[in-house]
Design a protein around this ligand. Structure first.
Ligand code: ME8
Length: 526
């Protein structure tokens, strides 16, 4: 059994799927990349050395056919659409460290050397195959699965084809026992549990060897020494996670700079492609004698206004609509919505205008924005705009702030480690809500009328500002622009790269200028 590699170093590696260039980018792509970005930023703020990878999957029959239909070369189509995906990164403030393209010669050459190595070890062999083929998905189904879907593609609805091919195969069947013990020994490898159980169920049906080459089209990476075969797009694509680190080219710059990021801390993808990632991918890694990732996380799907998104319904939330949301509410509001209301876990989430508006208004306008603006306005009015001194006495409220915030910080950090974005964010927002309640309970605005109570007012407002500062540090990965605004207005300086220490109670210095902030303007839906 290969070593399972829990994260022990300060290096963190997170990946998204690489996206097909034959589709337009939509909410799904923006979602997965955004939640990975939130995690990556959070880990960087916590002091880890993070490598965040995304990119495009550019080979395969579908790209070849679309290019032909448009009268352009597959490379031209791939260039154009890959650029469109790359544009998303800037549009949504995403901080990927690399954008890999499977047409990059550095990737292609490594894919060939991996396949050559697997041929030499006997893990890849030439054989004949007959099976049920979903031409749209470029995927074969087992007899059981084909029967279950009534011999029709669950994606396009078109009949599956009975196909025979002479192909190169990957000896997946040889890894069945090792895969089973991998699942037994690492219950957290595939998450969430419901998805892991689905994979285990399918694994019990037994594993067939998988064809890893095609001869019926040309747009792909040639099999070494057999150029009439092109490498199956899924094998080509999965390998991106290691080729981007140069793992199959030890003389490369990528290897020199990045090899230590493997094994991945977390590989994030949608539930529809879990089988490839939870079974085929680990088997390939085993064949290459590479350690396995620490976690493969399959999230569920966004649906749109209660309906599944599909090409035929034409109801994909596309970039234009997403841009409308960011224009109206700001890009951090979209990040917050995706992170807190999205389909992490085993249930789909509904992307609806009303839900978006309500989340924005309740959490960002009425809670975080209001609390920060109330606190800074009172400091402006009662403390000359300068952070008051905390002298310790504070009537009412009854909150053990140090204990409370320390425990929220730990909860928030632990949740983020588990890729529970909503849990992490909610732990921070609970601090803000507590501040709100504290203001209502202690009523500094009333106390301020009595000059004898000025120390108490200062103590209350110090606690409010300090608690908000701590919550803001925890929310910075989710809402980098807004938290930067707060940092600027409250003269908090830049993030230190040591999140836990930064969240220690009492770091906010008396005398710091606390300027007024209006972080989240109210949006009128009409
Ligand atoms: O599958 N809700 O690429 P792809 C949430 N190239 N996320 C969604 C979604 C939805 N409704 N629809 C799509 C491929 N996604 C392959 C991957 S990896 C080695 C190769 C997201 O362009 C989700 O992350 O079809 C899903 O896995 C991915 O987009 C599929 O992107």
């Amino acid at each position: 059994m290969l070593p399972f590699a829990p994260v022990t170093t300060s290096k963190r590696y997170i990946t998204t799927p690489i996206y097909y260039v034959n589709d337009r980018p939509h909410i799904g792509h923006v979602y997965t990349t955004t939640i990975c970005d939130v995690w990556a930023r959070f880990q960087r703020l916590a002091g880890h050395d993070v490598f965040f990878l995304t990119g495009t999957d550019e080979h395969g029959q579908k790209v070849e056919q679309s290019a032909e239909a448009r009268g352009v070369t597959p490379q031209a189509l791939a260039d154009e659409n890959s650029a469109e995906f790359r544009r998303i990164m800037g549009m949504f403030n995403l901080t990927n460290d690399e954008f890999i393209r499977t047409t990059d010669p550095r990737h292609e050459q490594q894919v060939q050397s991996v396949v050559k190595r697997l041929m030499d070890s006997g893990d890849v062999y030439l054989g004949t195959f007959e099976g049920w083929y979903d031409a749209g998905q470029e995927e074969y189904y087992t007899e059981n699965k084909a029967r279950e879907v009534e011999y029709r593609s669950p994606i396009s609805g078109k009949p599956l084809e009975r196909a025979t091919e002479e192909n190169y195969y990957f000896k997946l069947s040889a890894y069945e026992d090792r895969l089973k013990s991998m699942f037994d020994q690492n219950p957290d490898l595939v998450r969430p549990d419901a998805r892991r159980n689905e994979v285990l169920g399918r694994l019990r049906e037994g594993l067939m060897d998988v064809p890893i080459s095609r001869t019926n089209f040309k747009w792909g990476i040639g099999v070494p020494d057999a150029p009439e075969h092109v490498i199956y797009v899924w094998i080509d694509a999965l390998l991106n996670y290691i080729t981007a680190l140069g793992l199959a080219d030890k003389d490369s710059d990528w290897y020199a700079e990045r090899q230590e990021y493997w094994p991945a801390s977390i590989q994030v993808l949608g539930k529809e492609i879990l089988w490839f990632h939870a079974v085929i991918w680990p088997a390939i890694l085993m064949a290459l004698e590479l350690p396995l990732p620490s976690c493969i996380y399959a999230h569920s799907f966004w649906i749109s206004e209660g309906q599944k998104m599909s090409k035929s319904l034409g109801n994909f939330i596309d970039l234009e609509q997403l841009q409308n949301y960011t224009d109206t509410y700001g890009s951090d509001a979209l990040r917050y919505f995706l992170s807190t209301q999205g389909p992490l876990g085993a249930t789909d989430s509904d992307f609806s205008k009303s839900q978006f508006h309500e989340t924005y208004t309740t959490d960002l306008v009425n809670t975080l924005g209001n609390c920060a603006s109330r606190t800074s306005a009172m400091i402006g009015k009662y403390c000359d705009g300068l952070c008051p001194t905390d002298t310790g006495e504070c009537a009412g409220g009854g909150v053990e702030w140090v204990e409370f915030t320390t425990s929220q910080v730990e909860t928030s950090m632990a949740a983020m480690d588990q890729f529970d974005l909503a849990g992490s964010i909610n732990a921070a927002m609970a601090i803000v809500r507590r501040v709100d309640a504290f203001i209502n309970d202690t009523e500094p605005f009333k106390l301020a009328k009595d000059p004898a109570a000025s120390a108490t007012v200062g103590n209350i407002l110090y606690r409010c500002a300090e608690a908000i500062r701590i919550a803001a540090c925890l929310l910075e990965a989710t809402m980098p622009q807004k938290i930067q605004e707060l940092r600027d207005a409250w003269h908090l300086g830049e993030a230190t790269g040591d999140l836990r220490t930064e969240c220690h109670w009492g770091r906010l210095e008396a005398g710091t200028a606390i300027d007024k902030v209006a972080l989240f303007p109210r949006v009128d839906v009409s």
